[in-house]
Every structure is written in C-alpha cells, then in structure tokens.
Design a protein around this ligand. Structure first.
Ligand SMILES: [Zn+2]
Length: 205
C-alpha cells in the first residue's frame, strides 16, 4: 500500500494518503473536496520513498524481515531474521530448521547490504558447500548461533570484513530498521485514521 503526499493546489495544504484511496479528502484548510487517484499530476501527488522491497527486487543482498509477521506489526525488540539472496532472489538463511533456501516468503523486506562482486552466486555456493555443516538445525541456538552468524561468517569468507554480530547490527541493521519502522508506523496511522495533514516538504525520512 504506497504512501503518498497530496498537495492541494487551491490552498497548498498537504495530506498523507495510502493508495488506493477511493473517497475524496476533505481539505481541512479550505474546505474543498480533493478527489484522489494515482493519475494525479506529479506536482500534486508524490510517492514517499518506501524502504521495504519485494523479494524479486532483492537480488545479491543481505535482507532482513521480522521473524514473525511483517514490519507493519513489528515492535521494537521483536526478533528479526536475516538472510542472503542470490541472483535469482532465492534467500538462504539459517534458523532452527537448519540452512534453508527460499524462493518465497521474503516480501516487504529491508535490504541491508548489496553485494557488488562478479560471480556472486558461485561464491555463495562455495561458502555453503564448504561451511554449510556449521549451520545445521542441531547446532542452532537462538542467541549464540543464529541467522546473524551465517551472515557475518559469509562476510569474513568473502573478505568483506570481520564483524561481531553486534558490530554488524550497529553498522547495517539499526538505521535501516529505523527507516522501516518510521514508514510502517506512518502507513498504519494513515490506514487507521485516514488522510492526515503534513508539511509541504514532508518526505517521510
Ligand atoms: Zn485546500
């Protein structure tokens, strides 16, 4: 559900709306009704940048999602699950079920890092073939050996840096998570209360 900012040209009031939005907005500034549709001129309708992407658009990346549910219901401190996507956007991750390759189930996710090297899939396959036995369901531990270990060990294997899980989180997770939560909270607020007035230059970031 994309979040957009609608500027009312008559009076320059601005509103945040989730699309699609079938009812008119009653402008709180001038009292006129503003019909809303996605064909509105770009100076009237601005899409707010959404930090969440679908699985198909997350190739060769470190990706993260809430372990349970989606970012729209995520609360600070809830568990997160992290994985690595290959060139066909299949996501490899380590959990209590062992090492998984998933071609679905990773929608509305955050990208933490994009890999830029050539032959990325080959490198990932080498990592899984040579180190996969370190990530079996028998050795999985919720906090001491989890999905983040699979990622930081890959960074080390690919010579992209040595990080502890805490360092990795501070460097790549915190800011991305904050922007996802800001967006989802706002989208939920607009969904619940309907269009809300905002500043003319509001960008959602
Ligand atoms: Zn108005």
């Amino acid at each position: 559900m994309p979040l957009v900012r609608i500027s009312h040209p008559k009076c320059s009031a601005n509103f945040l709306v989730n699309l699609p939005h079938s009812a008119d907005i009653l402008c709180t500034e001038c009292g006129f009704r503003i019909p809303v549709n996605d064909k509105m001129a770009p100076q009237v309708l601005t899409y707010l940048p959404c930090p969440l992407v679908c699985q198909a658009r997350s190739v060769r990346a470190v990706v993260i999602k809430p372990t349970n549910g989606s970012f729209s219901s995520y609360k600070c401190g809830d568990d997160l699950h992290v994985g690595i996507s290959d060139s066909s956007s299949a996501v490899y991750s380590f959990s209590g079920r062992g090492l998984l390759r998933e071609t679905s189930g990773w929608d509305a996710i955050l990208i933490l890092y994009r890999f830029k090297m050539d032959s990325f899939d080959k490198l990932l396959a080498m990592y899984i073939n040579s180190r996969g036995d370190r990530f079996t369901k028998n050795v999985y531990r919720e906090s001491s050996l989890n999905c983040f270990d699979f990622i930081v060990q890959f960074f080390s294997f690919a010579k992209l840096g040595q990080f502890s899980k805490e360092e990795f989180t501070n460097r790549y997770v915190v800011r991305a998570l904050q922007s996802a939560l800001r967006y989802s909270t706002l989208a939920e607020r607009v969904k619940t209360s309907g269009p809300i007035a905002c500043a003319r230059d509001f960008s959602g970031t």
